[in-house]
Design a protein around this ligand. Structure first.
Ligand code: SAM
Length: 372
């Protein structure tokens, strides 16, 4: 520690208020405080101003918490973390750099071409996953979601994909709409969604669920009955005045692991793995022309076990999509817990695994591919 710095910091890492809070502050007042920090002549002075600022942030009655004109909405964790970083700087130059960076992050928005995440405030997106291993322990049951449809995916999957790979108001196509998890997330996030589902009964229930859900952003959330291999995706988009889509989600049957219907066009009724992959490839080829170049397709699928052999269905399916003009960007491995199985069945499988020399499926994949 250099000689001119106090031995004890003027603040502590313990945050007295709930860390998850979103703060609503007076932007002008916050910027004035930052200007004062930036103009301070020494690190010691900066730390004194910081202590006052942190005190004001912790006091709901302070002027900072009374937005007059433009309010500033900012994650408490993020703001406090940035202020601590300023205070921890060892040189005036470094502290001023952090002050300027915070000032910029609070006043300027920088986004990429494929989403609306503000890159100047990227530290605030704690809930956006960037690791390739997802261990989800709970299912999001809010927003009209139901766990009732056998073989649906957790809402976090379409939510994460839409937030990473689309901007609000863009178009998402789901080739296996099922119970409409994608559509419900689209309504919530302000993304337009179009889905095709083979089974009329399932589609009807899904349409009713979508119609009953809140639509705060007034976006489209439509499911039609059809075979995704031959569905006219262009016409579906056209009916809404849209010309192309910016994300495709595919959550096919994992071949015959769950039999969804007796319909021969259903991928779960494919006579062989080869036929399944061929059908999946046809769907990718049918939908790909409507996806903008450089945009993403997410394939959610697991492996299967047959004839005493682990079949890497997921990787084969990934290959079938790659062949249709897509570059692999990421493979996410996601856990799943079978909450429906009885304890006795689970024990039986564990016994079989020990006897048979195999491992029990506890994961599936999200393959993220980019259209060339
Ligand atoms: C794994 S589920 C998708 C579940 C969905 N992600 C959800 O959260 O509810 C697969 C769905 O694809 C449908 N399906 C199977 N073959 C199809 C095809 N050729 N075209 C459209 N849908 C198909 C099945 O009826 C089933 O509802």
């Amino acid at each position: 520690m250099s000689a001119n710095l106090p031995e004890q910091p003027l603040w502590t890492d313990e945050d007295p208020v709930d860390a998850a809070d979103l703060l609503r502050l007076d932007l002008a007042a916050v910027l004035a405080c930052l200007d004062e920090l930036g103009a301070a002549a020494s690190v010691t002075l900066i730390r004194q101003h910081l202590a006052e600022l942190l005190g004001a942030l912790a006091d709901p009655a302070s002027q900072l918490h009374q937005p007059v004109a433009a309010p500033l909405e900012v994650g408490r964790n993020y703001l406090i973390g940035e202020l601590h970083q300023i205070g921890a700087a060892h040189t005036l130059e470094r502290a001023r750099y952090y002050v300027a960076r915070l000032h910029k992050s609070l006043t300027m928005v920088r986004t990429s071409a494929i989403n609306d995440l503000n890159l100047n405030r990227w530290k605030e997106y704690d809930d956006i996953l960037t690791d390739s291993l997802w261990v989800e322990t709970r299912r999001d049951r809010s927003g009209g979601h139901t766990a009732g449809y056998w073989g649906n995916f957790i809402p976090q999957i379409p939510s994460q994909m839409m937030r990473r790979y689309t901007k609000p108001g863009e178009w998402v196509l789901d080739t296996f709409a099922g119970s409409g998890t994608t559509m419900l997330e689209g309504l919530r996030l302000g993304r337009n969604t179009l889905g095709v589902e083979l089974q009329p009964g399932v589609a009807a229930t899904t349409c009713a669920r979508i119609a009953a859900a809140a639509n705060p952003h007034a976006v489209a959330g439509q499911v039609v009955v059809g075979d995704s291999r031959t569905a006219d995706w262009g016409a579906l988009l056209d009916a809404h005045g849209a010309r192309s889509a910016q994300l495709v989600l595919m959550h096919p049957p994992y071949h015959d692991i769950i039999k969804f219907s007796d319909d021969q066009r259903d991928l779960s009724n494919a006579a062989s793995v080869e036929e399944f992959l061929e059908m999946l490839g046809q769907i990718a080829a049918n939908v790909a022309p409507l996806l903008d170049r450089g945009r993403y397709l997410a394939l959610v699928i697991g492996d299967k076990y047959a004839g005493g052999e682990w079949l890497p269905l997921g990787f084969w399916a990934m290959g079938a999509i790659q062949e249709r003009g897509f570059t692999l960007k990421s493979i996410v491995v996601k856990n799943f817990e079978d909450t429906t199985g009885k304890r006795s069945q689970k024990e039986l499988w564990r016994y079989r695994a020990l006897v048979g020399g195999f491992y029990i499926f506890k994961h599936e994949y999200i393959f993220v591919l980019q259209k060339r």
